[in-house]
Structure formats: C-alpha cells, structure tokens
Design a protein around this ligand. Structure first.
Ligand code: AMP
Length: 553
C-alpha cells in the first residue's frame, strides 16, 4: 500500500500529514506527488474538487521551496477569493513544521497595501486571484520574475470567469524555466489551449474518468412546474431529515428569497452570495460548518470556496447554463469516500438538459416522483416522534413535574400530543394545497417558459454590448443581477449574459429596447461612462473596435 512516506515526502511534511490524520494518499496525490517531487516537468491533472488536489501540488511545492531565500518561488492562481484563502490556509497547515515559509494570499476586494506589505516581508509562495495579481504586478507590488513553480488551480473555472487574458498576461511576467502545474475538473477546449500554448510537454494525469462525475454521487431529478419549485424543495428537505447541503440558485436575489422562505418555514437556512461582506460570509460559513445551519443557499460564485466535506446533498434549485457548472456543483457532495446525492428540479421544458448532463457524465440520472402531501406529512410526523423519544430528561425539572401534571390532568394524552404537534408545525402550512405539486403541463406558465421562448425566438430578442466586463470584477451572474436590478426588470428578462475581459453582451426581449438604451444614458461607474449599444444583427460584431470608440477619457 502506498503511504505518504513512500511518495517521498520529507519528515516535516510527514508530521503535518500525521497531525491532519491523513491515512493514505488520495488517487491524485498518489499519482502526482512522486512526479512533482522527482521531475522538473509541466503537468496537467484532471481532478475534481474534493479529491485532495491542494495537497497534491501543495506538498511538492512546499518541499521544493528554498526557505532560506525570501524571493517568491511558487505562484498559485485560483479563480476566487474564497478558494485563494482556502488554499493559503491548507498550505499553511501542510507547511506548519517547515521553518520560515511564508505564504501570502492576494485577492480583490481587500486592502491592496496590506497585501503588498505582506509580500514585501518576503513570501516564498503567493496564492492569488488573477485580477488582483495583474494589478499588483502592474504597480510593481509583487515580483514573480523568479518563480520556479506555477500552479493554475481550477483552470476551467478561471477561464469560465473570463480570466484568459489576465492569465496570459501574468504568465509573460514569469520565467520560461518554471514548471507549470495545471489542475482542472474538466478539459474544455480553452484549458487545452492554455496547456498547449504555455506548457512544455506536460505529463497528463487523469483521476477517475475524464469529465465524468464522481461515482459515489447519486444524481436524481424531479420534474416540477417552475412555480412549484419552492414547494418541491421544501418537500425534499422534509423527507430527508438528516439532509445537510447546499441549494444552488442562479441569482443573489433568488438565494435570498429561498433562504427567507425556508427560515419562515422553520428550517435553519442562510444565503451566501457576492453582496455579503467577507466578514458576513465567514459568519455564515462558520455556522454552516458547525451545522447550526442545515441548508446553505448559494450562487455558483459564492460557493466556489465552500470546503465542507460531509454534505449529504447538493440541490440544483435551477440548473446552471453550463453543464461544467453542474459537475462543479455536484462534486461538492460525495467527498472523502462518502455517498452523496445531487438533486435537480427541472421543468418539463428543460428536460432536454437532463439528457445533456447524462451524456456529459455518462451516467443515468434517476427520475423521482415528488412525494404526495400525505407522504411529506407522514415523514415529518415520524421524524418528530423519533426526536421526542430521544429527548434527554433534565433531572432538575423533576421537582416541578407534579405541578405540570396537575395543571394538565384534564387533557387526554391524544389531545396533548395534538397540541404539541400543532406547536411543532406552527410555521408549516399543513393545508394539502400548500404542499401539492402540480404535474399538469398547463400550470407551467412561469418565468422558465417565458425565458425559453425568448431564447428560442431570436427575432424577439435584442443583443446588447456593454463596456464593462471581468476587469470590473463582473462575472455573468453578478452582471446579470446588476443589469436586472438597474433596469428594474424581472428575473428572466435579462439573459444570455456573456462577460469578456473589457466588455460584455446581454440579451433582452425587444420590447425593452428603448428602456435599456435610455437607462444607460448618463451612467458613470468608477469614473467611466458606461455605454450600451445594440449589436448589429447579421454582421459579426467587432467589440474591440466599438470598445475603443466608446472608451471614456
Ligand atoms: P481538496 O481537493 O484539496 O479541496 O481536498 C478536499 C479535502 O480532503 C480537504 O479538506 C483536505 O484536507 C482533505 N484531504 C486531502 N488529502 C487527504 C487524504 N490523503 N486523506 C484524507 N483527507 C484528505
């Protein structure tokens, strides 16, 4: 059997392994660590999140770094602030027995000078998000010209978020002699391009099957009318009393709405999205980790850094646009050898997406029937009675028992139980209508169908160009939210949002054309005039040219 020792880790790192309680290397560690320790090579590793990939590149990097030198020798690029902090934290733990190793995280949304000061004190390893790193390189606050190791973590996600240009730019500041180690859950063509363009004969490692989801995840879906989504979610949560999971929504507003409804219905839920401050996020995450919160309602971006291993369920309140994103979502459960369930609520009109997922994952997804209202109630009552049977008796109440018994002596056991049940379910609407699921096609007149109509009818939609993009810290979900709230449009009225580095595109129904164009007339953001233009139909739109024309100053 392989051990961390036999992989070639030094005593200091083995101490960390022991302290962490890692018994055997995971598959990716087993395959990657010996290569990175022994060879000066580039490497591309296809591995899902939760497979132990941080240690797979972290251990070799820590072992190879020269702690006596203060120069930056290792660079790790990650898509989000959360992931960046998570990697820094893990690396800190792995390297705690090593002397004088300094690992610094740099990411947007925090004080740049403080980060620069930390770098100035000497950081052998820098963990960074691409936007902030590029900014700091430009201001000469960080020097990566002598790095020997460069990790691109979650490369597919970084490219999804529009960081291609930033990454390309960052790499031009690194020496040719470095070794690049790229980790990605999937291998879309963009990642392939990076590997081809910027890496030298990389060794390829695949953990599990390429592009397939982890085997220990049970993928299930329910067909529901869009307006019944929430009731369906509530039914699933009611039926799975030990559920501890993340519910994925597409927008911040949706996460908040769902969380509020769940809380109202008596569940321990909280929303996590980009509008929360770092401090608020930390508080939510801490409560979740400690299981004071049972359900975390998240957008994809906010969920990137969720490092909770024992999620029983991942719930897709809505399906993401990209199937890759579904892989990321579901990969958050079924970790560390445990079984996990990924649940999808899908409307009839979106059913074809299930096929696409099945093809991509090469796994059959199981269609489940929604439980009847009767079944939901029965399950809740059984759970409640189980809980009651296990309530520990508080001995110091013993003396007060006769008083309570006397006061309640006229009430029969049945009535008493009925009263307790009523108290327990006071927030839960027991009326069958409230938990009934319409499986009738005609009831599916909701926003989902509207948005589909738009997407399927290009003549009805307008496509706009806007001169804000990834460099303004937008990605498609946040830009969509911004546009929706700025334009005061409904949840599905802004769609097909595509974010590039310096500009973006979005679509609306053509009824909104004048409103959209007028709304941006005088909008100044960060000293720049925001301009929105209709793209020209039938012609290839040349954003570069237009952007130049529109550039402010
Ligand atoms: P990662 O894929 O790097 O995000 O790791 C997922 C989780 O697995 C982290 O919480 C790690 O601490 C944990 N982990 C990494 N390697 C091992 C191992 N060999 N045995 C047990 N847990 C591990």
């Amino acid at each position: 059997m392989t051990t961390f020792k036999s992989l070639g880790l030094n005593t200091e790192l083995l101490k960390a392994v022991e302290k962490l309680g890692f018994e055997t290397p995971t598959e990716v560690q087993d395959k990657v660590i010996p290569i990175l320790l022994e060879q000066n090579t580039d490497l591309v590793a296809l591995a899902q999140t939760g497979t132990g990939k941080t240690a797979a590149f972290g251990f070799p990097m820590l072992q190879r770094i020269d702690a006596k030198q203060r120069t930056t020798q290792g660079l790790i690029l990650a898509p989000t602030r959360e992931l960046c902090l998570q990697i820094t934290n893990e690396m800190g733990i792995y390297g705690q027995a090593l002397k004088n190793i300094n690992i610094v995280a740099i990411y947007g949304g925090a004080n740049i000078q403080e980060q620069a000061n930390k770098i100035r004190r000497g950081a052998q390893i820098v963990v960074a998000t691409p936007g902030r790193l590029k900014d700091m390189i430009g201001r000469r606050l960080v020097d990566i010209s002598a790095i020997q190791y460069c990790v691109l973590d979650e490369a597919d996600e970084m490219l999804n978020m529009g960081f291609y240009e930033d990454i390309k730019d960052i790499l031009t500041h690194t020496p040719k002699s470095k070794n690049s180690w790229l980790f990605s859950a999937t291998m879309p063509p963009e990642v392939n391009t990076i590997a081809k363009k910027f890496m030298k004969k990389p060794i390829e490692i695949t953990v599990g099957t390429k592009n397939s989801s982890a085997k220990n995840i049970d993928h299930q879906y329910f067909i529901v009318a869009a307006r019944e989504r929430y009731n369906a979610l509530r039914a699933v949560v009611s039926m799975n009393t030990d559920l501890f999971g993340v519910v994925f929504c597409r927008t911040k507003i949706e996460t908040q709405k769902v969380a509020e409804k769940l809380i109202q219905d008596g569940y321990k839920a909280a929303a996590i999205h980009g509008d929360l401050s770092q401090n608020q996020r930390d508080i939510v995450m801490q409560s979740f980790r400690k299981k004071r919160i049972q359900l975390l309602i998240a957008t994809d971006v906010a969920a990137r850094g969720i490092d909770v291993d024992d999620l029983t369920h991942v719930i897709n309140y809505q399906l993401p646009d990209e199937i890759e994103t579904y892989t990321h979502r579901s990969g958050r459960t079924g970790r560390a050898g445990k079984l996990g369930t990924s649940i999808i609520f899908v409307t009839k009109s979106d059913r074809r997406k299930i096929k696409l997922i099945e093809n991509k994952l090469q796994t059959k997804l199981t269609e489940l029937e929604m439980p009847s209202p009767e079944e939901v109630l029965t399950s809740k009552v059984i759970h409640w009675t189980d809980q009651v049977k296990n309530i520990p008796i508080k001995s110091d109440l013993h003396n007060h028992l006769p008083l309570a018994i006397k006061a309640l002596e006229d009430i029969s056991k049945e009535t008493l139980i009925e009263m307790m049940l009523s108290k327990e379910f006071k927030n839960f609407d027991l009326h069958p209508k409230a938990i009934e699921f319409s499986r009738d096609d005609r009831s599916d007149r909701s926003s989902d169908r509207r948005s589909d109509r738009k997407i399927n009818a290009p003549q009805d939609k307008d496509r706009f160009f806007i001169n804000v993009g990834a460099r303004d810290q937008y990605e498609w979900t946040t830009l969509k939210d911004f546009l929706r709230s700025f334009l005061k449009l409904g949840p599905d009225d802004v769609f097909q949002v595509e974010v590039m580095k310096n500009f973006s595109f979005f679509s609306t129904h053509k009824d909104h054309r004048d409103h959209v164009l007028k709304s941006f007339d005088n909008l100044i953001m960060d000293d720049r005039k925001v301009s929105v233009e209709l793209t020209k139909k039938g012609k290839t739109f040349s954003p570069k040219k237009n952007f130049k024309k529109k550039k402010f100053k």
